[in-house]
Design a protein around this ligand. Structure first.
Ligand SMILES: C[S@@+](CC[C@H](N)C(=O)[O-])C[C@H]1O[C@@H](n2cnc3c(N)ncnc32)[C@H](O)[C@@H]1O
Length: 309
């Protein structure tokens, strides 16, 4: 159930430009990055953390894993709402924002959370089980077209239509899918080809998780907000684990790293770039050998320019 932090030193090195600064860890998880960040900050530094999972927040506030450090505070919310949360803490500007996206090992490894086809459990998949719709509830109401779109667009599953048809047929026979084991069985029968080393349900599980947690929308919102929050020279560090996330981060940084010309006003001065792309980092072979979850990770680093937003 332990979470092995990916790109720990690399992320902290990229994020901290001044030890006296104010930083936000938008994905606390089990505090791997936060722990090293606190070691790097001076007594004047400040670290705020966010996680949408109440269990992550509990880990930071209770029991043996509790963080007792006057420079630290943690808040239960989505990073899409970080500006409001920071404002309530009297913070309007940051020297750095870290997002280490996706799910943590304690989430995946807990059958009751319903994230994994490796364990049988209720098909929930919400990172924040206190709100929103579970994956099972979505499967119970979505029509064939909606199911196909979600499984195709977020899972990049070639057999999305076949999986959707099988799910609807099962529901109409009075036996809707309620567990991870049932979903794996339905998908395994609908997906005809096998990808080497991959469970046939991998893509459908990824798709439902992204949909249920609105992961791509939340990420886009956080990136837009980061432009307003970061001080000039402040760093944005984002670690992604699948190509849909990384494409959003890459496109955002590329778009903001160029002077923007308004096509409707071609003679007006271009709007100067708001970000400078700094690095794209992959885990070392040694890290991937020690932690297979690191294999798909990509970290992108950008720096806020002087330009007002
Ligand atoms: C990969 S883990 C982070 C691990 C952490 N860096 C560590 O070293 O322990 C991702 C965490 O981000 C949280 N998370 C994912 N999306 C989020 C969102 N939109 N807002 C807040 N937290 C989110 C998840 O609940 C999970 O705990």
């Amino acid at each position: 159930m332990l979470h092995t932090t990916v790109l720990l030193r690399e992320a902290v090195d990229a994020l901290v430009t001044t030890p006296d600064g104010t930083y936000l860890d938008g994905t606390y998880g089990r505090g791997g990055h936060s722990g090293m960040l606190l070691q790097r900050l001076s007594p004047r530094g400040r670290l705020l953390a966010i996680d949408r999972d109440p269990q992550a927040v509990a880990a930071a506030t209770q029991g043996a894993t509790r963080v007792e450090d006057p420079r630290f505070s943690i808040h239960h919310t989505s990073f899409a709402h970080m500006a409001e949360t920071l404002a309530l803490q009297g913070v309007s500007k940051l020297h750095g924002l870290l997002l280490d996206l996706g799910v943590s090992s304690p989430q995946i490894d807990d059958p009751a959370r319903g994230f994994s086809f490796r364990f049988d459990g209720p098909l929930d998949m919400r990172m924040d089980p206190t709100r929103g719709e579970s994956a099972a509830d979505f499967l119970a109401r979505a029509d064939e077209r909606q199911l196909t779109e979600v499984i195709r667009d977020y899972g990049e599953e070639r057999f999305a239509l076949q999986v959707a048809k099988a799910l609807v047929a099962r529901r109409e026979s009075g036996n809707p899918v309620r567990t991870t084991g049932e979903l794996s069985d339905v998908v395994a029968r609908a997906v005809r080809t096998r990808e080497a080393g991959q469970n046939p349900a991998t893509r459908t599980f990824q798709a439902l998780r992204i949909f249920v947690n609105a992961e791509l929308e939340e990420l886009q919102q956080a990136l837009n907000t980061a432009l307003d929050l970061l001080l000039p020279g402040g760093r944005l560090v984002v670690i992604s684990f699948h190509s849909l996330e990384d494409r959003i981060v890459k496109t955002f940084i590329a778009r903001e790293s160029k002077d923007v010309i308004d096509r409707r006003a071609p003679f007006a001065a271009p709007k100067p770039m708001r970000l400078k792309s700094i690095a794209r980092v992959k885990p070392s072979d040694a890290e991937v050998d020690a932690n297979p979850r690191a294999r798909s990770a990509v970290m992108r680093v950008a720096e806020r320019t002087e330009v007002a937003s």
